[in-house]
Design a protein around this ligand. Structure first.
Ligand code: F6R
Length: 366
């Protein structure tokens, strides 16, 4: 049932090229210059009406929300609040009929996410669910659903479901931008071509898993691991740190690269590891200078960078490269090495990767 893999988690990591195809291709016909979002009925005038968008979720799914916020605000220029469901529901957020809420959930049963959805609907907001489990409560109660078609995810730590959520978020955010006139047909075609190229690019990262395993063995005894990045890379760093905490039980924290010097840099010592994400071309120099500050205080540096940015080798001790893509889509590729790295660290430390301690696959308590 594990298809020859040692764990479900590794099997699910390797399923990602196919999962991404399943999520994207049916919505991106090559003979039409538009995105087909299943039965989502939102028209151009509905979308123009939204003054504010909330993206609400828990854990890994909430990091899809942060990616969505950066993409939608940068391109569509609509204000987006990306928030954790357990906070959102208790702070009296401003919701009305001009609000779009996107909830993201693999299981479709997470109690806090469901409660947030119900609050929004009660206030007259329109709710789109990005959901993996077909027929789940969130899928039934949302006004519209975009299924991620990742298939059942058995490992507790989310991998393929997260990649599928990112793909769904790319589709919805591009659709919003097109309806608002912010992405024209040529720009759409360029993005579609890159979306179609993602499965092969993911495949090429999976081929590096031996190298990533060796890095995991090298760094598995690190105390204090910091994941840093700016912009979209910061969103990705959150997922990297969470994977390491939940399956390897290592203390890992994500920080916005520019925030380190405001306190956390005091924690850096010789036994620290810094995972530096440098996927944002226009922020490359800024992040590299933050990496240098940490290295100067004794930390080891593992960078995850885009092919062609070999300049990073002057600063980092080790580098994992991912293929280049449209800036809009970098997040999904940068995350794959983080999954493999966390997996092999957990295996190397002898932990039960598929069933980490204290965790359940679906969190239906508040
Ligand atoms: C982490 C993980 C959790 C879930 C979170 C939300 O690997 O799996 O953080 O992402 O509990 O679950 P869903 O997506 O089912 O709402």
């Amino acid at each position: 049932e594990k298809g020859g893999f040692d764990h479900f988690m590794l099997k699910e990591i390797f399923e990602q090229p196919n999962v991404v195809k399943n999520t994207l291709m049916p919505r991106l016909p090559l003979d039409q210059d538009e995105i087909l979002l299943d039965n989502i009925k939102l028209t151009q005038s509905d979308i123009e009406k939204f003054k504010q968008i909330y993206i609400v979720a828990c854990g890994t799914a909430s990091y899809t929300g942060l990616v969505g916020k950066y993409l939608i605000e940068r391109v569509s220029r609509v204000p987006v609040i990306s928030e954790i469901a357990s906070e959102f529901r208790y702070r009296e957020p401003i919701l009305d009929e001009n609000t779009l809420m996107i909830v993201v959930s693999q299981s479709g049963e997470t109690a806090d996410t469901l409660a947030a959805l119900r609050m929004a609907k009660k206030a007259g907001a329109h709710v789109i669910g990005i959901v993996n489990a077909v027929g789940s409560t969130i899928a039934r109660e949302a006004n519209d659903v975009l299924y991620t078609w990742a298939g059942p995810e058995i490992a507790v730590a989310s991998t393929k479901a997260y990649s599928a959520q990112l793909c769904a978020m790319y589709l919805i955010s591009i659709k919003i931008a097109m309806e608002l006139g912010k992405i024209d047909t040529n720009a759409f075609k360029a993005l579609r071509e890159e979306l179609y190229a993602l499965p092969d690019k993911i495949e090429s990262i999976l081929k590096q898993s031996h190298k990533i395993k060796a890095l995991a063995d090298q760094y598995k005894s690190s105390k204090n691991i910091f994941y840093i990045g700016r912009g979209l890379d910061y969103a990705v760093s959150m997922e990297g740190a969470l994977k390491l905490k939940e399956i390897a039980y290592l203390h890992a924290e994500p920080y916005a690269a520019g925030e380190l010097k405001h306190g956390p840099i005091a924690l850096i010592e010789d036994s620290s590891l810094l995972v530096g994400l440098v996927g944002q071309e226009e922020l490359f120099d800024k992040t590299v200078s933050n990496i240098k500050e940490v290295k100067a205080r004794g930390a080891k540096v593992l960078a995850i960078a885009l092919e062609g940015n070999e300049a990073i080798e002057k600063t980092a001790d080790e580098v994992i490269y991912v293929p280049r893509t449209h800036w809009y889509l970098t997040s999904i590729l940068l995350n794959i090495p983080q999954q493999i790295f966390a997996y092999y660290i957990a295996v190397g430390l002898g932990h039960d990767v598929d069933k980490p301690r204290n965790l359940a696959k679906s969190v239906t308590v508040e």
